[in-house]
Ligand binder design. Sequence first.
Ligand code: ADE
Ligand code: ZN
Length: 336
Amino acid sequence: MATDIADYIRRLPKAELHIHIEGSLEPELMFSLAAKHGIKLPYADVEAVRRAYEFHNLQEFLDIYYAGAAVLVERSDFRDLMFAYLKRAHADGVVHSEIFFDPQTHTARGISTGTVIQGLTDGMAEGKRAFGITSELILCFLRHLSEEEAFKTLELAMPYRRLFIGVGLDSSEVGHPPAKFERVFARARELGLRVVAHAGEEGPPAYVTEALDLLKTERIDHGVRSEADPALCKRLAKMQMPLTVCPLSNVKLAVFKKASDHNLKRLMDLGLMVTVNSDDPAYFGGYMQDNFMAMAEGLKLTSAELKTLAANSITASFLPEPAKKQWLARIEGVAA
Ligand code: ADE
Ligand code: ZN
């Protein structure tokens, strides 16, 4: 019997490769942590927070997102945040997640790198126990700050080196090209860290080229603006360079007007290795299921295309090869 598309998507095992843990802070948890720490929020209630989530570009979102993170103070707060995300991701059929965190957002407020990483790791261990979901951490440098500050951030994280697998680059893109971080990424690679970077979200295709050539990234986060450069698209397709695309984020931040305008299918049709992700689900109106549904309905994706997206997420992950093989076989066996 044919099942509905929502059920099919949920049954496909998926990896999430582009999620900022601070972006999974739901207003309810924000309020309960604010009360716990005696922090006054600039919102009357949870509904007022949700009403404030109207953005016209990346910077408008980032200003609100960094302010919200101020309620994260103790190790257990980071644990609670992580556990809540993994529970939600598991409900959407996510079996593995590679999760960004922004240490500089917290160290700037006097919270130690150890508090952040250990709290997140506590939540990951609990998520594994409760739901069987596997996860890894990726430390992101804030690109609106200097490379020197990025080096300092990496150094502060070194006592916890075994607790994160890679580094990334996020925050305000335009005016802060990948070239600014060439040396710190070279250092991260020397340390055996995996490397990814946001590029081509609001920034030009040239930033994607820089991420590849100067940072030597293994995935491009977003990358949707690559479409404006056909030669770059050819190159990305040939390399099978994964793009971690975030459909609802792109609509909320006005990269595309509406879901049906999104270029995800056009990029797939050009042969690029595209994945679907949630970016900052508490701010953009949805987790993995909602992002897949927006594309399935908005772009009329077939069940075969949805299966390809799920398989791409596993292929593009940093899971060990045997685990990839197992999940790919499981995906293959999911009936539409
Ligand atoms: N930090 C959190 N979400 C982000 C995004 N979509 N782009 C850049 N930096 C971010
Ligand atoms: Zn992002």
